[in-house]
Design a protein around this ligand. Structure first.
Ligand SMILES: *Cc1c(COP(=O)(O)O)cnc(C)c1O
Length: 412
């Protein structure tokens, strides 16, 4: 009989033992081409490093897109997840588990609201989809979103996502959505009236290149919503869970939202998302109005509890704030002519460039053993694990001038 280990090993058809080139050749025929051909095949990770199929090591400054807050193979996540899956892996939402309830309590408390209830999902898109449905319970249908916003790719999440390239092939999209310029409270005030169900905002626009709104923008959005009875929906999928040096950026700025959506950093790579509703919104989705087979399953829930527990135990909010400042200061101190600034908070940072060489810098970085990305051509995004150290960040800073110069030369 085939051994337990061999069952999976045989299914992998020897791919793990092969070179990156061999795996990528098989990739094209087997996986849908929604991302273009990947640039590397990774087989192992530990702390802030990952290794590719050819044995090369990379410093991970992207964390699987702001996901692996505790880095790779974190022992606390490992023991929580393996312990839970060995005990009880899944029961569906016909039944409750202690882990799910404990995580809901922790997340609800983060909102700063007196009353909060959580709907668990498996991704950020689904968290926003749940929120979208919740807004319909107001009896209003209109939603205000912002230019540059990214909220996911399902039909509902896409309807509030701005990028015309993502939207156009799939129109008509659901809902009655109006986009206003991001960071402009007067533009918001001009459109929010008593027909508006909700205003959806990212506290910083991660996918748009870590765009930071002017101070007071979120507080002003809260006032505007209060004046018209609209719900304020904060999408903290990318910014939340410690990424920005605090649990939730809007709460850190003294704002209470009616709806908060979370995902990315919540499970350190284990798929989990959450739609949290507070106050009058907390009771809006009732029996039969929404559901999920997997959402909030106990394995994902303990991953979330492990992440929260380690961030607290190890002081990682303060550490992320300090490391983010160190990184920004060190990059600015280079005085490189291709860098015009560093924006963002904590360890969600956008390095703005004076030329559209971001993708070429990202390629040069990969060749030199660093994972970064360019969410737009003139911005590099850095979102390393929250456990990263100053000496690790300094290796990127030391390499950056060479990477920028290489990219600029290639593009000219
Ligand atoms: C990534 C992201 C999403 C979508 O999350 P998925 O887990 O990819 O579905 C939604 N909103 C924001 C702000 C994001 O950054």
């Amino acid at each position: 009989m085939t051994s337990d280990v061999a069952v999976v090993a045989e299914a992998l058809q020897g791919l793990p033992g092969q070179s990156s080139a061999a795996v990528l050749e098989a990739y094209s025929g087997a996986v849908m081409n929604t991302f273009g051909l990947p640039k590397r095949v990774f087989v192992r990770g530990e702390g802030c490093y990952v290794w590719d199929a050819d044995g090369r090591r990379y410093l991970d400054l992207l964390s699987g897109i702001a996901v692996n807050a505790l880095g790779h193979a974190h022992p606390t996540v490992l023991s929580a997840v393996t312990g839970q899956i060995a005990t009880l892996g899944h029961v569906s939402n016909f039944f409750a588990t202690p882990a799910q309830v404990a995580l809901a309590q922790r997340l609800g408390a983060m909102t700063g609201a007196e009353q909060a209830r959580v709907f668990f999902t498996n991704s950020g898109t689904e968290a926003n989809e749940a929120a979208f449905k919740l807004t319909r319970m107001t009896g209003r249908t209109r939603i205000i979103s912002t230019e540059g916003a990214f909220h996911g790719r399902s039909m509902g999440a896409l309807a509030i996502t701005h990028n015309p390239r993502y939207r156009a092939p799939f129109e008509p999209l659901p809902g009655d959505v109006t986009f206003v310029p991001y960071g402009d409270p007067e533009a918001l005030a001009a459109v929010v009236d008593d027909t508006v169900a909700a205003v959806v905002l990212e506290p910083m626009q991660g996918e748009n290149g870590v765009v930071v709104p002017p101070p007071g923008y979120l507080a002003r959005a809260r006032q505007i919503c209060d004046a018209s009875g609209a719900l304020l929906w904060m999408d903290e999928v990318q910014t939340g869970m410690g990424r920005s040096g605090c649990w939730l950026v809007h709460v850190d700025e003294g704002v209470t939202a009616d709806i908060v959506t979370l995902a990315k950093g919540l499970g350190n790579g284990f798929p989990i998302g959450a739609c949290i509703a507070t106050g009058r919104a907390a009771g809006m989705l009732g029996p039969g109005s929404h559901g999920s087979t997997f959402g909030g399953n106990p394995v994902a829930a303990v991953a979330g509890l492990a992440v929260i527990g380690v961030i607290e135990r190890d002081g990682l909010l303060e550490h992320a704030t300090a490391m983010g400042q160190h990184l920004a200061d060190a990059i600015l101190a280079l005085g490189h002519p291709l860098v015009s600034g560093v924006r963002g908070r904590g360890l969600l940072r956008g390095v703005t460039l004076t030329a559209p060489i971001g993708p070429a810098v990202s390629d040069a970085a990969l060749a030199a053993g660093f994972i970064v990305n360019a969410p737009r051509p003139d911005v590099l995004r850095l979102a390393p694990p929250l456990i990263i150290t100053a000496p690790q960040l300094d290796t990127l800073v030391a390499a950056l001038p060479g990477l920028l110069d290489t990219a600029a030369k290639e593009q000219s």
